[in-house]
Design a protein around this ligand. Sequence first.
Ligand SMILES: Cc1cc2nc3c(=O)[nH]c(=O)nc-3n(C[C@H](O)[C@H](O)[C@H](O)COP(=O)(O)OP(=O)(O)OC[C@H]3O[C@@H](n4cnc5c(N)ncnc54)[C@H](O)[C@@H]3O)c2cc1C
Length: 531
Amino acid sequence: MTGQGYKGDFDLFIIGGGVNGCGIARDASGRGISVGLAEMGDLGAATSSASTKLFHGGLRYLEYLEFRLVREALVEREMLLRAMPHISWPMRFVLPVKADMRFEGGTPVSRIVATFMPWLKGRRPPWLIRTGLFLYDHLGGRDILPGTRSVDLHAEASGTPLKPEFKKAFEYSDCWIEDSRLVVLNARDAASRGATIMPRTEVVSAHRDGSQWRITLRNATQEWQVRAQMLVNAGGPWAGAVIKDVVGTQSGDQVRLVRGSHIVTRSLFDHKKSYFLQGTDGRIIFAIPYERHFTLIGTTDLDHPDAATPPVCTDEEADYLIDFASQYFKEPLTRADILWRYSGVRPLYDDGASSATAATRDYVLKVDDAGAPLLNIFGGKITTYRKLAEAAMAQIALHLGNRHGDWTAGKPLPGGDFPVQGFDTLVTSLLQRYGFLDKPWATRLARAYGTDAFLLLGDAQASDQLGSHFGHEITAAELDWTITHEWVETGDDFLWRRTRLGLVTSTAEAAAIDDYIRRSLQTGKIEAAAS
Ligand SMILES: Cc1cc2nc3c(=O)[nH]c(=O)nc-3n(C[C@H](O)[C@H](O)[C@H](O)COP(=O)(O)OP(=O)(O)OC[C@H]3O[C@@H](n4cnc5c(N)ncnc54)[C@H](O)[C@@H]3O)c2cc1C
């Protein structure tokens, strides 16, 4: 892992190692710009590991007439899928419909329908949903993903777990994305192109010094300064705090913090499709097959007080999700079914919308060039992170010079250099080369590391050559790989962000993994990823 060229002087310095900061770092370093990035926690530890994990156009945003955002995101789905066929894959969504389903109050489309079809009385009829799905299928174009079809829920497996009152559904396509792996693979790619990635490093202050920024950084052991020509604020939920407290400037633009929570239960169904469920309040939630044995249900939309308040899924939010899902599934859910919950804060651009649900999900970039330039990032989605990075580069080029054109479209992330349809072939190759793997193990490694799984496993002829085993096919070789290439420094980094194996490991197994990682770093047995 490179940190080459680190002299404390950068062309571009990025505050924040979420998907947007790491996406910009990758794009910029690939254009020959020297980049430093500081993340005060683990990479992706904030919002970018707490999403619903979909590369999606956002069907519901059509009701807000957000055509620019939806179209861009729809086009991006397949672009991103091609560049990372290990951590992203197509998913089918089953959307049950009934005549009495209702609109979210006050959306532009609900107002239009109320004006011209008052007899619908706030109902969202199936034909309108089908029209939305027609647009969804065609707005962004599709080569890989199949289009919408109608489903007889009484005749297909996807109807089996649902209450019999649900007879009809539409089924459409979007994609899954392993959100926190997306962040770390962007950081890896940036580092391989010369960026200096510094997790666990807080930007304490940044001041203009002539035409440059003087930036004070702090980690667990020291405080030091670097200089940069341009600064990017990709602080996500902290973007407002960065403007006010770190840089000490004013901005007319604000982030609106909107909390979203998820619950995880045992698998509620035994097929691979997901559900898009409409509630009596007009909101929607997803129920998605998750990590082999579980179902992921979310999300909520609630205003969150400030970035300093850690987001948690409250009992009220958990009950809301349970009640919502129980309106659909034959077997009602209770709190006892919840195995894990998590919550994240959407750093939305504050467009003055009346409700958290209605606030725009589009991104807004603002340059403050009263001296050395500062680029503030507001909003955005995981799905649009690459386009956001390109838009940021267009602004950055105005100040640092246009050294290189856009280059990231379709360019594989580490381990993603195989065809979209080639995942099963990759698993078969791993099974052939490493006779000691079984299919679930090979599949997990292929999903997490793609073609890099061969590098991780090296010349091993037998599983005991991978070092200690920690349960659930976790070996010392895998931990060593993530320490060396993915900035892993604690058990939680590995169990909850590089993987989600925290869902299946026991307390004792998690402690042994944490201990191994910390001892490896302390003794210098394994070289940490460079910063
Ligand atoms: C519940 C929920 C569901 C979502 N689902 C989806 C989805 O399915 N699909 C989709 O496309 N999008 C989804 N999103 C949106 C998406 O997750 C976010 O838009 C995206 O992750 C924001 O990334 P970011 O890099 O801006 O912020 P973050 O990931 O929060 O990164 C910002 C980082 O900046 C760091 N930082 C802040 N201040 C400093 C400082 N002074 N020094 C150093 N570091 C600092 C923070 O520690 C943080 O890690 C969802 C969001 C939520 C909350």
